[in-house]
Design a protein around this ligand. Structure first.
Ligand code: SF4
Length: 324
């Protein structure tokens, strides 16, 4: 909906417009996979126009492509992000949409997709995909299995996803993934996989799990306070690792909870006050405003947090800021 607003195709009041156009390929068929958190999944009865909190309203493809070209040229949008589901003609539709956008515009294109063979990765690169993203979503093989693998009645496996990330990274020179927090992982699970993926040149975008009415899973057993503290702790640890300010092996965990970032307190304080750690992570120029937020709780800040927001981030982290 925000994308339609940025394209001038819908009246939407936004204090922070999206800097990327978020495009979901529209089909009335449900996805053949069965990820437990997803509104599009085969076994879900949720409204198919939603992905997490985002509402995806069908729009005419040619109109969107031409508006995208104008919005990029005028500096309103800096990237197009395409997501697809698994259904009979997903490949033809994805190639067609990517090709139409690329024929009209040089706007950078991200594509979020499942693991493919080398020929298909090569073809996507050739037709203009700049950033390829293969979402792991879960932080551990066990959670993956339960949430989008065999136990969930899905076609995916952790091993094939990890292998797909490695192969895609060789073809594209880089690759991205999404991790969804709030599915039952600990701080330690999340920070460990972030550290491993980072070592393997994988760009990690963090999302917070959002329950969609009618979807199959409800993983929100944690209290609101512990959920936000977990999210902020992992955001901060990710930032420290990516910036080369901390390493996983120096961090200390107790029962899965991060109790020491392994760096001096003033480094942590500076990282918190700088605010970067808490901004939306992922491909360049992706801010995903309101993708998994409510008005009362922002997980990923679509722009640099202001002083008041930094105060609330400190409160979210609570006593979790250790003194080294
Ligand atoms: S990080 Fe943003 S632009 Fe990249 S795939 Fe994810 S949602 Fe799309």
């Amino acid at each position: 909906m925000g994308t339609l607003g940025a394209l001038g195709l819908e009246l939407v009041q936004m204090d922070t417009p999206p800097t990327t156009a978020y495009l979901q390929i529209y089909t009335e068929k449900r996805c053949e996979a069965n990820c437990q958190f997803c509104a599009q999944a085969r076994g879900s009865s949720a409204d198919i126009s939603h992905i997490a909190r985002g509402m995806y309203v069908p729009a005419d493809l040619e109109t969107v492509v031409m508006r995208l070209k104008m919005a990029y040229e005028r500096g309103y949008l800096a990237r197009a992000c395409i997501q697809t589901a698994l259904y009979d003609t997903w490949w033809e539709d994805t190639v067609y949409l990517t090709g139409r956008i690329r024929r009209e515009s040089r706007i950078p294109i991200s594509l979020s997709v499942f693991p493919l063979n080398a020929e298909r990765f090569e073809e996507l690169k050739k037709i203009g995909v700049d950033e390829l993203v293969i979402p792991l979503d879960a932080c551990t093989p066990q959670l993956f299995e339960r949430i989008k693998g065999k136990s969930a009645g899905g076609p995916y496996s952790w091993e094939r996803h990890v292998d797909g990330l490695k192969r895609a990274s060789r073809i594209f020179g880089k690759v991205g993934t999404h991790l969804m927090l709030g599915l039952g992982e600990s701080d330690e699970d999340a920070v460990r996989i972030i550290s491993e993926l980072h070592k393997n040149n994988v760009n990690i975008a963090l999302f917070s799990y959002t329950y969609i009415s009618g979807s199959q899973g409800n993983f929100g057993e944690k209290t609101k306070d512990s959920a936000i503290k977990h999210y902020r702790t992992v955001q901060l640890a990710r930032h420290l690792i990516l910036e080369g300010l901390a390493v996983f092996s120096d961090m200390r965990f107790e029962n899965g909870f991060l109790v020491d970032f392994g760096v001096k307190y003033d480094v942590i304080l500076e990282a918190i006050e700088n605010g970067e750690a808490f901004r939306t992570s992922g491909c360049p120029d992706c801010n995903r405003p309101m993708a998994n937020e409510t008005f009362s709780k922002i997980y990923n800040f679509p722009k640099k947090p202001d002083d008041e927001e930094i105060m609330s981030i400190k409160k979210d982290l609570g006593l979790g800021i250790p003194q080294s």
